[in-house]
Every structure is written in C-alpha cells, then in structure tokens.
Design a protein around this ligand. Structure first.
Ligand code: GLA
Length: 382
C-alpha cells in the first residue's frame, strides 16, 4: 500500500520540479495501552504501522522553498529566513515548525522542495502529524547531512508541535513513528526515552481499528489543559511527574485539589500501572488480562480523564457486547479518532461489520475499519 503512495509522490515531484527526489516513508502509530501517560514521564506501548506519510524531497535552487500536500490539494512557498506559524489548524505548521526548530539549532539547511501524501486521515488518532514532522526532519537530515540522531530528530518534531501547532504533546507519537519495528510494539519509558521491543503475535487474536471519523473541536486546548492539571498536581505532591506518585500519595492532597483534577491524576497513576501490567500479560501470552486492562483504560479515559466522546464510547460498548472482543478502548489524544480492539481473528470481520452497522444506525454517519500491520519506523525508500 505504501508503494503506491511512494510512486505517486515521486511521479508528481518529477513532473513539477523536474528532479529526482529523495523518498521518505514515515509511519503513523497505534498504541496498545498507556494513554496520556507520556507527558507524565510514564510508560506507553505504541507501535508504528504500515500506514503513514510518503514524502518526496530535494534541494531547490529557485530562491525559496515549496511544500505541496497532495491530500489537501494545497501548496505553500516560504523563505527560510522569514519563518512564522500560520493560523491554527494549518497543515503547513507541521512543516514550518520542523524547519524552524532545525534552524534554532544553527544547523545549515538550504532551500528545498517537498511533496507528500498520506493514507491515514488527519484526526484519526494515529499520529499523521508526527509522521509528517518526522518525514520532514528525516528528509532534511539526509539531504543536508545534518548529522542528527533519531533522538535529536524526534525532539525537533515534538518541539515543532509545541511551538508551531500549539499542542504540548508528549514524546510517544514521534518516538513510535521514528523507532518503530516490524511486528513489534515498543514498551517505552518516556522519562528515559528508551524502549523494549515486544514481538507481537496474538496467535488467534488480532488488532483492529475503527475510526469514528469525528474530531471534536477544542481537543487541542483540552489536551493542554489536561497536561497543565497533571503538572499542577505533581507540583503539589512535590514530585517531578505523576509517574513518581502512588494512589496513596494522591490521597494525602485530596482536599487540596478539585474532585475533577483528583480523578484525572488518579487515572494517570492507574494507567501507568496498567501499562506495566500489560507488558507482563504480553510476556505471559495472557490475552484475557491484556484485554481487561484495555477495557479498564477506556473506562478511565472516559470517566476519569474525560477525553472520550459519545462516538468512541459507543464503539467500545459494541465491543463489550461481543465476547470475542477481549478489549477495546479509545486511542490517542481522544475526542474522536479510533478505537483499538483486540478481537478473535475468526470474528474480526463480522464484528467490524456489526459495529459499523450499529454506528451508522445510531449516528447516521459511517465509521471506517482499518486492519494494520506493525511496521518499521521512518526510513528512506530506495
Ligand atoms: C497525542 C499526543 C501524545 C500522547 C497522546 C495521548 O497523541 O501527541 O503525546 O499524549 O495524545 O496518549
């Protein structure tokens, strides 16, 4: 599937710029469990997938830079010496933000042209934004021999999102997209930024994503609010991050925080625990336990952390009605995007069909079903 994408951006690039481009594929990600724990210095469990962004990129001698988004049928030209963010919600900010962060490091880049196209929709909760950022930084690093390590590159991508997009994201998405390994999920410690790869073979079970195809507004400000609430509570507790706190610690300050924020911190502490337990369950091949943890994760995201929405809750309810689905939860930042489901292989298609039908009946709109493979991280395509 990514072959077609790569060919498309290559052909288009040659057509428009009359040059052979460098080709980069940068994947989106899923996350088994560990949601909203990354910016609390905690554990997450993501994997890169076989869907993402294909980018064609090459030096330019036209005196400025051009980036073209085939999906959006949109283009921008910019001057490397006059970078600034555009209005909120513009795809351009992901590209401009990465370039600005590279320049902040006083690295020597020159004009370039770039064309990209993706096969995960923006807002699906599968990190098309991290995939795009990583494709830009990886492409520029290769093109201009910047000598950046993968660690450097993901920090640049993350800062681009903080400063140009305005979302104070953690490191999970950029890490998974950059460091992904085929057939593996990464048990990532977001404090040390090191991960242990887990081979994922669920035998007679598989993962299945269902996209609600909604992205409720306010999700960015809600994200930043959650992060701020977590940081306030860590400060009250006198710890560096919520990763360092226990439920018992939280009890000691219960009367100093609002009930809502107490619930949010409780969710984070519990989700971090669940992520460690999930790693153990995978080691033991105990899918029942893994599934139960995934359902608990959703319960916390929805009722305590309050980042779900009706559409996501509905799809998780559909999963619960089917005994062959061991676990389901919303994935990513929330307020829309996908659910991730752990389902028996023999039941996957039937479940997807039934859930889609129920969704259509209830919301009068379509959801989308994705079967994904766990794949390698950002790389140059030869
Ligand atoms: C978004 C952010 C990530 C992470 C998730 C929630 O995808 O970009 O850093 O916080 O939400 O787990």
């Amino acid at each position: 599937m990514s072959d077609t994408l790569i060919n498309e951006v290559k052909t288009k690039f040659i057509e428009i710029f009359n040059q052979n481009p460098l080709l980069v594929f940068s994947p989106g990600r899923i996350n088994l469990i560990g949601e909203h724990t990354d910016y609390n210095d905690g554990f997450v469990f993501p994997a890169a997938v076989d869907k993402g962004i294909a980018a064609a990129i090459q030096k330019s001698d036209s005196g400025d830079c051009t980036a073209i988004a085939i999906d959006m049928d949109s283009a921008i030209s910019f001057d490397l010496d006059a970078l600034r963010p555009l209005k909120e919600g513009s795809w351009e900010n992901y590209v401009l933000g990465v370039v600005a962060e590279i320049k902040k490091r006083n690295l020597d880049i020159d004009d370039f042209n770039m064309i990209f196209k993706g096969n995960i929709p923006f807002g699906a909760g599968m990190s098309s934004s991290a995939a795009l950022e990583n494709s830009v930084v990886f492409g520029l690093n290769t093109l201009f021999n910047l000598g950046l390590s993968k660690q450097d590159m993901i920090l640049i991508s993350q800062k681009a999102e903080h400063h140009y997009v305005g979302v104070k994201c953690g490191i999970m998405d950029q890490y998974a997209s950059m460091f992904g390994m085929a057939n593996h999920a990464l048990h990532l410690d977001c404090r040390t930024m090191t991960s242990v790869p887990y081979k994922i073979d669920f035998k007679d079970h598989q993962l299945l994503l269902i996209n609600t195809n909604v992205k409720h507004s306010l999700s960015d400000s809600a994200y930043n609010d959650r992060r701020a609430a977590c940081e306030n509570i860590s400060e009250l507790l006198g710890v560096k991050a919520l990763r360092d706190a226990t439920e018992a610690d939280l009890e000691t300050i219960k009367n100093k925080v609002t009930p809502e924020n107490y619930q949010k911190a409780l969710y984070v502490i519990q989700e971090n625990e669940r992520t460690l337990k999930a790693a153990k369950a995978i080691e033991d091949g105990d899918l029942e336990t893994l599934g139960a943890l995934i359902y608990q994760s959703h319960e916390g995201l929805s009722n305590k952390y309050k980042v779900s929405c009706d559409e996501l809750d509905f799809l998780v309810e559909q999963a619960k009605k089917n005994k062959q689905v061991l676990g389901a939860r919303m994935m990513g930042g929330g307020f829309g995007g996908c659910t991730i489901n752990l389902v028996a292989k023999t039941e996957a298609k039937a479940f997807a069909k039934a859930a889609s039908k129920a969704y259509k009946n209830h919301f009068n709109k379509d959801c989308s079903v994705y079967f994904v493979q766990l794949a390698n991280g950002t790389h140059v395509v030869k």
